[in-house]
Ligand binder design. Structure first.
Ligand SMILES: [Zn+2]
Length: 294
């Protein structure tokens, strides 16, 4: 059942937990993620990033996205069909037309005024599709740039800009930079909880943590207790999926099913650990009273 990001995060914020948002890069991986969420009765923000390294079956991105959307609609849990890290309004427009009901505009590398301007345009566009919008203030970079040192203070979210940014853009969720990075990065000095507390005090907009792979779960748990409502996770799940899939090279139909089952079980353990840490395990029942009751 499809819900918007705004609907899901309003409930998560009120009940002080975070919903997990994994990226899919193929139809099979999307099925594994939806199955994991269903088995755990957890809402999911099923995310997709427009990326050349995606390996879609049928060699047809549009067809596969339509199929993943159909699976999301028929899932027995609340699903947000979310576009992750779109760099421009053109990319957002393309994927809204394909049926995404939530989008993230990432203009976080641009100056604040440009970030506000492009985000405002995305919010206006998304309204026509009844879609939610996430934006990013401060910059969560790529962990491979920081293999020997932690990210620069300059990339952290400037708390003095948060109120102005959220009130001028009216976004439904705000990604912030408090010490995590994307990819194989391992944070060595811990997250900036003092900064997170000050950000949470300056806005009521639900806060998002990107790059949680490789972060100690105690750190993530504390971040959720201080106001993080959405946890973006990809690298830890993808790495386990790829390792398991590559270990089995199917030569008949039975082995195809065996490979799928092995991948599901391998990803499920890690996925469940993020659900427990974020607190959304079993929380699909929070949405039973909705008029979209599932
Ligand atoms: Zn991200």
């Amino acid at each position: 059942m499809l819900f918007t990001l705004s609907e899901i995060l309003t409930v998560a914020q009120k009940n002080k937990y975070a919903v997990v948002a994994p990226d899919f890069f193929s139809l099979a991986f999307a099925q594994v993620l939806l199955n994991c969420a269903e088995e755990n009765r957890a809402p999911i923000i099923l995310s997709y990033c427009d990326n050349k390294t995606n390996t879609f079956e049928l060699n047809d991105e549009v067809k596969c996205i339509q199929l993943v959307r159909e699976l999301s609609v028929s899932a027995q849990i609340p699903v947000v069909f979310h576009l992750d890290h779109a760099p421009s309004i053109e990319v957002i427009h393309k994927y809204l037309d394909l049926g995404f009901n939530s989008v993230m505009i990432d203009a976080s590398s641009r100056p604040m005024d440009e970030n506000i301007e492009i985000t405002q345009k995305v919010v206006e566009l998304a309204k026509k599709y009844n879609a939610s919008v996430e934006a990013e203030l401060g910059h969560v970079g790529n962990g491979s740039d920081y293999l020997v040192k932690d990210p620069s203070e300059a990339d952290l979210t400037n708390v003095d800009q948060v109120c102005e940014f959220t009130s001028q853009t009216n976004v439904d969720a705000l990604a912030i930079s408090i010490g995590t990075q994307h990819g194989f990065y391992r944070n060595t000095s811990g997250l900036h909880f003092d900064l997170l507390e000050r950000i949470a005090q300056s806005t009521t907009v639900p806060l998002v943590l990107h790059g949680t792979s490789g972060t100690e779960h105690e750190q993530i748990k504390k971040a959720v207790s201080l106001g993080i409502c959405k946890l973006n996770v990809f690298t830890d799940l993808f790495t386990m999926y790829e390792k398991t899939a590559n270990a089995i090279l199917p030569t008949n139909l039975e082995q195809v099913f065996n490979q799928k089952l092995a991948c599901l079980n391998a990803v499920k353990d890690i996925y469940s650990s993020f659900l427990k840490t974020g607190g959304s395990l079993g929380k699909s029942s929070d949405f039973l009273c909705s008029d979209k009751s599932i």
